[in-house]
Write a protein that binds this ligand. Structure first.
Ligand code: MN
Length: 250
């Protein structure tokens, strides 16, 4: 029996995860383990300093009062520990996760956790603009999962998929784009006259041919293969000077 663990960061009651799980159920035994409330921009946070509650709220559907990473941990290390799934899927997120977003994104971080535990993992995110359709994207996601399940997958498979709001022209394999924030922190005063801060700002994308941002802007489904080895291999050579200068330290 093929099994799929489904999670997200928008919460177990969000439309994106309900539709995704529904479309995947004809393909596999689906277990949904997702946060009991929105946990967007939680990144790869793991809850270690308090207990977690796992509640079965439907047939094979569980909520957790924790992060997306907590959900994958409870899914893989507890609920499915004797029957590991073939795939971990996350989403469909309400909003894109492009470029540097992947490091903040709970949606994508959940798939980091799946891959770290040796399960091929795929994150799905949706551009929200006029004429977007979770139904259309969930159909596409199920088609992609069906194709993946027909193939022998490397256990470190990690795909970040973003859907354009419009009907897609096709699919592009892409690299992560680069984004700069024009204004990142706003300072204001509260009613007591004390300063408070709000992290905000308008993203500006670098022009970058072949990026995920480009593909979605041009109306394509973007599939970015990721890996979790953050090593800068060129740096092992190019930072030799650091090693040399440190021989005189300490
Ligand atoms: Mn989200």
């Amino acid at each position: 029996m093929t099994r799929i663990l489904v999670t997200n960061d928008d919460g177990v009651f969000s439309e994106g995860i309900k539709l995704l799980a529904a479309r995947l159920r004809p393909l596999a035994e689906v277990t949904v383990v997702a946060p009991d409330r929105e946990q967007s921009a939680m990144g790869h946070a793991l809850t270690l300093h308090r207990p977690l509650r796992l509640r079965e709220i439907g047939d094979g559907v569980y909520s957790v009062d924790g992060t997306p990473t907590d959900c994958v941990s409870l899914g893989l290390l507890w609920l499915l520990k004797d029957t590991p799934p073939e795939l971990v899927v996350s989403g469909i997120n309400f909003g894109l996760n492009l470029g540097d977003d992947v490091t903040y994104s709970g949606t994508v971080s959940a798939t980091f956790e799946g891959t770290l535990m040796g399960i091929p993992s795929v994150a799905f995110s949706q551009e929200v603009a006029k004429s977007f359709s979770f139904e259309r994207s969930a159909d596409f996601a199920a088609g992609l999962v069906e194709v993946l399940l027909r193939n022998e997958l490397p256990e470190d498979l990690l795909l970040n998929v973003n859907f354009p709001a419009s009907e897609p022209h096709g699919v592009r394999l892409t690299k992560l784009g680069r984004r700069r924030y024009q204004q990142s922190v706003v300072q204001k005063l509260d009613p007591q006259g004390r300063e408070y801060y709000w992290i905000a700002g308008k993203p500006v994308w670098d022009e970058s041919e072949g990026s995920d941002q480009d593909a979605v802007a041009e109306g394509y489904v973007s599939i970015t293969p990721l890996h979790l080895d953050l090593t800068d291999y060129r740096g092992i050579e190019s930072y030799r000077w650091l090693q040399e200068q440190l021989t005189s330290v300490g």
